[in-house]
Ligand binder design. Structure first.
Ligand code: ADE
Length: 224
């Protein structure tokens, strides 16, 4: 999979891809992440990329021309499955969306700043708008990292068996059951007997029941 990320602050997104699992995914060639500094397509000697909104109002708007030039150049090099704009008014990111995007080949993420982007960019190029939650960030960069992480960890070969994405919370519309490791007792706090029993069938059942109990308690809305 290839992800092209367009931003005025690409340096903000470097470290997540230079650390741990995402770094390994990139090194193994399972994911390619390319950053594009939008200012490289800026206009005039002032390297302008934003301007005041028509009709007035506070804040600046990212101009159509630099973004159109950047996206058009990328599109001339390969076909993209989705061109995604990270925005608080997009569809809220879910595991299902991450699953769907993880089987795509080429994606563009566009990070907004200031008041947002000229509507005509959305009309012309954007195929999907994604929000990572009902709150407003200073820009789309951190949201782009969250989205990329949620997708890349699902690519075959990125996680090993122990980290398997199939047992994640949300993957089967259930939250994860509680987990424990050594010691079996700490300051009087004990691990549930069943987990020490060695009876794998009983353990499976218990884990499923606990996942159900916790989902009902915390997130009944995600149950089918
Ligand atoms: N840009 C600013 N806030 C955002 C959010 N919540 N999700 C995605 N992109 C954003």
């Amino acid at each position: 999979m290839r992800i092209d990320i367009i931003s005025v602050l690409p340096e903000l997104m470097e470290s997540p891809f230079q650390t741990s699992i995402l770094k390994r995914a990139v090194q193994k060639g399972l994911a390619e992440v390319h950053f594009h500094q939008l200012r490289d397509w800026s206009i005039g000697k002032h390297k302008q990329i934003d301007d005041e909104p028509y009709g007035g109002g506070a804040g600046m708007v990212m101009m159509i021309e630099p973004i159109d030039k950047c996206i058009s150049e990328l599109k001339s090099q390969r076909d993209y499955d989705e061109i995604i704009y990270l925005t608080p008014d997009g569809e809220t990111l879910t595991q299902k969306i991450a699953n769907t995007l993880s089987i795509k080949k080429n994606l563009i993420f566009l990070c907004g700043h200031y008041k947002g982007i000229d509507q005509r960019v959305r009309d012309l190029h954007i195929t999907k708008e994604i929000s990572i939650g009902d709150y407003v960030l200073t820009g789309g960069e951190l949201a782009a990292c969250v989205l990329a992480d949620s997708i890349i960890r699902l690519l075959p070969g990125v996680l090993n068996d122990e980290q398997s994405a199939l047992t994640d919370s949300f993957q089967d519309n259930l939250l994860s059951p509680p987990i424990y490791t050594r010691p079996s007792e700490y300051k009087g706090l004990v691990v549930p007997e069943i987990l020490l029993s060695g009876n794998s069938k009983k353990i499976e059942e218990w884990l499923h029941d606990e996942a159900m109990r916790i989902t009902l308690e915390k997130r009944p809305d995600i149950l089918d």
